[in-house]
Design a protein around this ligand. Structure first.
Ligand SMILES: Cc1cc2nc3c(=O)[nH]c(=O)nc-3n(C[C@H](O)[C@H](O)[C@H](O)COP(=O)(O)O)c2cc1C
Length: 178
């Protein structure tokens, strides 16, 4: 059997994958739950599906498995402090949204104002995989906010945002480039 990769090298490699940052949220028995998550990916366009990987020991994990619904707030760079807050283990559950400007979607989940876009999902699959559960959601609602345009990014344990290329939004390949 093949040995698993060295933990330090594995974490180091993953940390070099720059990602956006989301807050995933749910509500269960009137209590809001949320967690900072960068392991978020689109899965299917039609039907619309996304996934998020949730640590099994997180409080969000238990709540979302029971509620079966979740929101995704794709953070703008104004969401930096909120990202740190919802990643802070041991923060009190009650009132954790009190200082965070937010609104509610059709499913009743809290969605952060400091976002570029929002999704609401119903869980259609929950797959155990090691320390995490891969939650697959059918997207029941999506919206974008055009006032904010700069994403919050995470890279090697640091926050940042993008630097736009002056030439073009898309890479143009010309012969002799490669
Ligand atoms: C930038 C960033 C991205 C994160 N991404 C994930 C993720 O995708 N999945 C996950 O389970 N935890 C992720 N975490 C860790 C959780 O946010 C953290 O464990 C959180 O405290 C869990 O909530 P709890 O304290 O209510 O259990 C991330 C943390 C940071 C700072």
């Amino acid at each position: 059997m093949t040995e698993p990769a060295d933990q330090t090298a594995f974490r180091g490699a993953l940390g070099r994958f720059a990602s956006g940052v989301t807050i995933v949220s749910t509500v269960l028995d009137g209590i809001d739950h949320a967690m900072t998550a960068s392991a978020f990916t689109s899965v299917s366009l039609d039907p619309p599906r996304v996934l998020v990987c949730s640590k099994r020991t997180s409080r969000f994990h238990e709540a979302v498995l029971e509620s079966g619904i979740w929101g995704v707030s794709i953070l703008s760079d104004r969401g930096r402090a909120a990202s740190a807050w919802f990643a802070h283990r041991g923060r009190p559950l009650e009132g954790q949204f009190d200082q965070i400007p937010h609104h509610r979607g059709a499913l009743g989940v809290p969605l952060l104002d400091a976002s570029l876009a929002w999704l609401e999902c119903r869980t259609i699959g929950a797959h155990d995989s090691g320390t995490h559960t891969i939650l697959v959601g059918e997207v029941t609602w999506a919206a974008v906010q055009d006032d904010d345009d700069d994403p919050l990014l995470y890279f090697r344990s640091h926050y940042g945002t993008i630097v736009r290329s002056p030439e073009s939004e898309k890479t143009v390949y010309e012969s002799g480039d490669v």
